[in-house]
Ligand binder design. Structure first.
Ligand SMILES: *Cc1c(COP(=O)(O)O)cnc(C)c1O
Length: 393
């Protein structure tokens, strides 16, 4: 902390690698590609570590594509998801040679065809279907129900595949679904699998062959004491049903979530008759999940403090919002100046951070083989407004 300052994100390279390998090795010899969902944590050092061990990537923007390429990843291992790909993004994806576009609507399929025809190339596509299963997760991260904006109705997918089949600028590669995030029960995944396998059968009868099935991400992690999905058992259950079909997965949170912690310092202790507040230097702009999803993160002292004040602390940040808390009601023994580790912060932590309240975004560090490396410099005050322009008058 003396070296890098506070607050700070810290990641473990070993944990990231082991988490990816757990998915990869569960497939054995079965054809597969484990595409890390870049949006969970897009630091190029994280992407580079994963590219080196053979990961593919699930990207949702041209920015993520360029990050993957800058990190040494291969476009041919990238699947491009997202509901609103622009012409520029599609063109760049085709130029770079991505593996597949996961198409989310008829309109988008039309746009991809148009861009591909302008370049006189064939665009590899997969239709993202919405299997209409309830992922039983937080409504903001549930994506597989009819009422969600993602994917196309499973009943409408056939029409899109027929359109694609007739176009000389579209090449059908796969079928895709992603039903939500932080799932802690495997049954919605298997229900979705049954539905998409039914569709693949229908397609086959119409002469449309699917080379790969992409089952998306969404495997949950342990934040508190929840029981979550056994990855090997999930993949074994999938392999039982899919014959020789190549399987793609897009895990994000499960790769990096528990491989990272957010470190923050106690600035002030403030107690009244009802409440004990520890005011910390980290805030909702640095780690949004508690404010946004009412998410729980474990809090551990970086060093045990036997001399501190023991109480039921709410950890609150300096931002002018009542929602600016990172944890509530935690029994801790604290003094001013203590450092706390907000655990399981490796996914959707830094990537969702902002400059709200003109707070520079924090530094990121990766621990690798008992050494630590700065992988993102802390922003400076100057960085906050150096792209802003005064009007002249
Ligand atoms: C967000 C997302 C993922 C990753 O989800 P996790 O819950 O982090 O595994 C994968 N695929 C798509 C299409 C997504 O939108």
């Amino acid at each position: 902390m003396d070296r890098y300052g506070s607050p700070l994100y810290v990641y473990s390279r070993t944990d990231i690698e082991n988490n990816w390998r757990e998915f990869d090795s569960a497939f054995g010899d079965h054809p597969h590609l484990v595409c890390y969902a870049v949006k969970a944590n897009s630091n190029i050092a994280v992407l580079n570590v994963l590219a080196k061990i053979g990961a593919g990537f699930d990207i949702v923007s041209i920015g993520e594509l360029e990050r993957v390429l800058a990190a040494g990843g291969q476009a041919s291992n990238c699947v491009f998801s997202g509901v609103a790909k622009t012409q520029v993004e599609i063109k760049r994806g085709l130029e770079a040679g991505i593996r597949c576009f996961n198409v989310e609507s008829a309109a988008e399929l039309g746009r991809i065809e148009q861009v591909a025809s302008g370049m006189n190339v064939q665009a590899p596509i997969s239709i993202r279907v919405n299997p209409n299963v309830d992922a039983k997760t937080h409504p903001y991260i549930s994506t597989g129900l009819k009422e969600n904006k993602f994917g196309v109705d499973i009943d409408d997918a056939l029409v899109l595949y027929k359109t694609a089949q007739q176009s000389k600028y579209l090449s059908i590669k796969g079928l895709d679904c992603h039903i939500g995030s932080q799932l802690t029960d495997v049954s919605p995944f298997l229900d979705a699998l049954d539905k998409v396998l039914g569709l693949i059968e229908i397609l086959k009868n119409q002469g449309i062959d699917i080379e790969h099935l992409d089952l998306g991400g969404g495997v949950g992690i342990v934040y508190d004491d929840e029981t979550t999905i056994d990855i090997a058992a999930y993949i074994a259950a999938v392999l039982k049903k899919v014959g020789n079909l190549e399987i793609i997965l897009e895990p994000g949170r499960a790769i990096v979530g528990n491989a990272g912690a957010f470190i923050t310092k106690v600035e002030f202790l403030k107690r009244n008759s009802d409440k004990s507040f520890a005011i910390i230097d980290g805030a909702m702009n640095d780690l949004l999940r508690p404010a946004f999803y009412n998410a729980y993160h474990q809090v551990l002292p970086v060093r045990e403090n036997a001399q501190g004040i023991e109480s039921n602390w709410d950890l609150v940040g300096p931002i002018c919002e009542t929602g600016d808390f990172l944890a509530k009601d935690r029994v801790l023994s604290l003094s001013e100046g203590d450092y706390l580790a907000i655990m399981s912060a490796g996914a959707y932590g830094f990537t969702m951070s902002s400059n709200y309240n003109s707070r520079p975004r924090v530094a990121e560090v990766m621990v690798s083989d008992n050494t630590h490396h700065l992988i993102r410099k802390r922003e400076t005050i100057q960085d906050l407004f150096n792209t802003e322009i005064l009007i002249n008058d």
